[in-house]
Design a protein around this ligand. Structure first.
Ligand code: UDP
Length: 329
């Protein structure tokens, strides 16, 4: 059993990670400021939830002095591309400056290794597809740039201070805990699958399909949807990789299968048995036509294999969660 600090453990991906780490028998402390996460996403009562800011150096000093952690997983960040263009200062403060404070505290207290949540947005407009780790990194918005900057810091912190880390670039995290206890919740919600399901439930206006004039088969954007439980599994594998003494690196995480917006809507109709109310809308700024991961490195080096790669399964788990949420509220 290892003791781990999960920063941002009350958020969508973080709470699925917490679930999986507990199942693997680890001892956890969750640090979350609850700015976008939800306290009741932590469904187990035996976890210590510290409500606080990852940029609060005093808090980090006291956490790292109180307990000896075997690793840190850092999920806490702002994630909206459009917002990052309008408010870059907030993004660089939250995603870069606060992470720098965390890295400094980890070095000072000799805590490690670190698993860092990165994103496909570090690549910018794809030059080829699927995107492997060698693809040039030219982020086209402050969100992607903020994650790219941290990736650079991680390399430099390893070289200078020996802090070991793995950055995991998520493509489109989707789905929900197969047991149905937790699922996706954002406020505001901007992601395709929950928005389509909410439209089916009549809880939101019809879904806007952002662009049908992309150079893809059906004209809608193609994304690589990866089940959140598979994502969490990759973090466990990455921790084991670092604990085994392997070097700092980064991996792209996706299913390797792209689905168009229309293909996702078709899956939603198959799973729910109901049509998705939608209307066609102009393109959303900053959306590349096609974002698909080449995850062969994660598979071969980490021994990771997505279990829920099928889009209908991803949508079915999200649907089970949404129906439960409706009953809860
Ligand atoms: N999308 C859409 N309507 C929506 C939300 C998303 O057509 O209301 C499209 C979006 O343009 C993109 C895909 O669905 O092509 C996935 O978007 P999402 O926001 O879920 O993830 P992103 O790819 O931006 O990380």
């Amino acid at each position: 059993m290892s003791k781990l600090l999960v920063i941002g453990g009350a958020g969508y991906i973080g709470c699925h990670m917490v679930n999986q780490l507990l199942k693997a028998g680890h001892d956890l402390v969750v640090l979350d400021d609850l700015s976008t996460g939800f306290e009741n996403a932590i469904v187990e009562d035996d976890i210590r939830l510290v409500i606080g800011d990852v940029g609060d150096r005093r808090l980090l000093d006291s956490l790292f002095s109180d307990e000896k952690f075997d690793g840190v997983l850092h999920f806490a960040s702002l994630i909206q591309v459009g917002e990052s263009v309008v408010e870059p200062a907030r993004y660089y403060r939250s995603n870069v400056a606060k992470t720098l404070t965390l890295l400094e505290a980890m070095v000072e207290h000799d805590v490690g290794p670190l698993i860092f949540s990165s994103t496909a947005a570090v690549f910018g407009e794809p030059e080829y597809s699927p995107i492997d780790e060698a693809h040039p990194q030219v982020p086209i918005n402050p969100y992607g740039a903020s994650k790219y900057m941290v990736e650079r810091m991680l390399e430099d912190f390893d070289r200078a201070y020996g802090l070991k880390s793995v950055a995991l670039r998520y493509f489109n995290a989707a789905g929900a805990d197969p047991e149905g206890h937790i699922g996706e919740r954002h406020d505001p919600e901007t992601h395709l699958i929950p928005l389509a399901l909410h439209a089916v439930l009549g809880a939101r206006p019809p879904l806007k399909v952002f662009g049908r004039d992309y150079p893809t088969k059906d004209g809608t954007c193609i994304r690589d949807y990866i089940h959140v439980t598979d994502l969490a599994e990759a973090h466990l594998r990455a921790l084991e990789y670092l604990w085994a003494g392997n070097p700092t690196t980064r991996f792209n995480l996706g299913n390797g299968n792209g689905f168009s917006v229309q293909a996702v809507l078709d899956a939603v109709e198959r799973v729910t048995g109901q049509p998705v109310p939608y209307e066609d809308a102009p393109r959303r700024a900053g959306d590349p036509a096609n974002l698909v991961a080449d995850s062969r490195a994660a598979k071969s080096i980490l021994g990771w294999n997505p279990r829920y790669a099928d889009i209908d399964t991803i949508v079915a788990h999200a649907w089970a969660w949404e129906q439960k949420r409706v009953k809860l509220t």
